[in-house]
Design a protein around this ligand. Structure first.
Ligand code: GUN
Length: 298
């Protein structure tokens, strides 16, 4: 018998998008200002292509301007940097997102650090990471961890003292996730590929965030009864019923975990939709800050 609450990321994301849409409409009416998001896509990775199309579509649905810049896979780093610098100066653009991964000839760090921190809606610039780490107000918070926090709080509003385990130490998810949970007074542990006893660490976690990209790594008997499980994994695996097809699978064995956990996010329909909704919110925030408008006044 499945006992866990399945957290509806799609519904939560829709609510957040509607909120942003309302604020954008009032910003346009009262301030004569339309937030704009520029996305840079280098190369032809099919998954990145799908994400960028979806981001552009949702940006427009929220009433904002979308600018998508597609560059060939063999583009030189200097060309990407020139584009970023141009977008930094463009007043129609309030948010800039460089879709990752970038091809090998381009240094990801150099490109990400060239983005104006005020337009860094991904929260990857050292200024924003530093603000988040130091607890200084005004950080752009990375979208996936920000979405995860809202999913967690939808089922567990009070996190003080809870033991949180993050599996995965990436700059995009693991590290900023740890900072956000720490700010909520959790006891935070980051596990990774060198962790000695991953199942043992998982069994102690009240909140477990899986962000490693290994399908079904985390099994049902690794989970503490009643724990909140957030599955960030988006793994494309062969469909058992049709070998030609691919389907999405998380880092958690959902069918097993749902029997033990208190609450769990599905894949798809959990973290993914929240990530894009948070990107839209960050773009609205960046637009408001460019004119010192308080978004809560909208
Ligand atoms: N590729 C996978 N996740 C992300 C993300 O959060 N931001 C960007 N820019 N690219 C990604």
């Amino acid at each position: 018998m499945g006992t866990a609450t399945v957290i509806d990321g799609k519904a939560l994301a829709q609510k957040l998008r509607q909120e942003v849409q309302g604020q954008v409409a009032r910003l346009r009416r009262d301030e004569r200002m339309t937030p704009g998001l520029a996305v840079i896509l280098v190369g032809d990775d099919p998954a990145s292509g799908i994400y960028v199309r979806s981001k552009a579509q949702q940006t427009e649905e929220a009433g904002m301007r979308s600018f998508v810049h597609r560059l060939p896979a063999d583009v030189r780093e200097e060309v990407v940097l020139t584009l970023v610098r141009g977008l930094n100066r463009d007043d129609r653009v309030h948010g800039i997102l460089v879709q990752l991964p970038l091809p090998d000839q381009i240094r990801t760090d150099v490109v990400l650090q060239a983005v104006d921190p005020a337009k860094d809606v991904d929260g990857f610039h050292v200024v924003n990471i530093g603000r988040l780490a130091a607890g200084i107000e005004g950080a752009m918070v990375p979208c996936t961890p920000s979405g995860c926090m809202q999913l967690i709080k939808s089922v567990r509003p009070q996190l003080t003292g809870q033991r949180a385990l993050i599996v995965g130490r990436s700059n995009i998810v693991g590290k900023p996730m740890a900072l956000l949970l720490l700010a909520e007074n959790c006891t935070v542990i980051i596990a990774h590929s060198r962790t000695f006893d991953l199942p043992g660490e998982c069994r102690q976690a009240d909140i477990l965030i899986a962000a490693v990209g290994k399908p079904r790594l985390i099994r049902g008997n690794w989970i503490k009864p009643g724990a909140v499980i957030i599955d960030v994994g988006i793994n494309r695996v062969d469909d058992a019923s049709d070998g030609d097809k691919k389907r999405l699978q998380g880092d958690v064995a959902f069918d097993e975990a749902v029997e033990v956990a208190g609450a769990i996010t599905p894949v798809p329909g959990g973290v993914g939709p929240m990530t894009v909704a948070c990107l839209l919110r960050n773009t609205l925030l960046a637009a408001c800050r460019s004119r010192t408008i308080d978004p809560s006044d909208l």
